[in-house]
Write a protein of this length. Structure first.
Length: 212
């Protein structure tokens, strides 16, 4: 994964280590972007990212990636947009004190980082409920993160594909929703990567029903 880049496609690598979640975004032209909410062991996540980072979004990212251009929550208010290379955008959603970003490229979109806390989900639903925050792919929190996707968030985002890590323990109503809507199980211990040309998308490690 992430080998042979850039390849003209957008790559989103969802990273997890213990209670920490982050994402590494590689634009079609090769710009590398780190997204983190400030929780957990950032160094362990950074080791999974490998290589350089050009732009880092989140709390205290300058210390972690000193060579990258930092964007902190204080610098990006709700509604603010970071325009990446190749037409890729990151828009901060209004999730109260939470750090929630909608990544978009042509017809593709996802929510970063994956481990959005319950109070942030409630704020997101309250402030964006009328318009919705529709997503192409939603990666749910990994085991150990202490987070889970509430049914309200799932209904708000209406994801085409939900990537549901194995070994997670979610509330029964969430498990029922995910099962009823055909959520795709992915390995909990491994990084999950989505690749897209802006229309179709593919998931690695490969899983049945992930390519659209």
């Amino acid at each position: 994964m992430l080998a042979g880049l850039p390849d003209g496609r957008l790559h989103v690598r969802y990273l997890a280590a213990g209670d920490a979640e982050a994402a590494l975004v590689v634009t079609p032209g090769g710009q590398r972007v780190w997204v983190w909410d400030g929780r957990g062991d950032a160094a362990a996540l950074a080791r999974q990212a490998g290589g350089r980072v050009d732009l880092a979004l989140g709390p205290d990212v300058a210390a972690l990636w000193p060579a990258a251009r930092p964007v902190t929550p204080e610098e990006l208010p709700p509604g603010g947009v970071v325009r990446l290379a190749d037409g890729v955008t990151l828009t901060r959603l209004d999730a109260g004190e939470g750090w929630a970003l909608r990544l978009a490229y042509r017809d593709f979109s996802t929510l970063l980082p994956a481990g959005l806390a319950q109070d942030a989900q409630a704020a997101l639903a309250q402030r964006h409920g009328a318009a919705g925050v529709r997503l192409t792919v939603l990666k749910t929190p990994s085991a150990g993160s202490g987070a889970w996707p509430g049914v309200q968030l799932l209904a708000l985002t209406e994801p085409q594909t939900v990537l549901w890590p194995e070994d997670t323990t979610y509330p029964p109503d969430v498990d029922a929703w995910l099962t009823a809507h055909g959520a795709v199980r992915v390995a909990s211990a491994a990084a999950v990567e989505v690749t897209t040309d802006g229309a179709r998308y593919w998931v690695e490690p490969a899983c049945r029903g992930c390519a659209r």
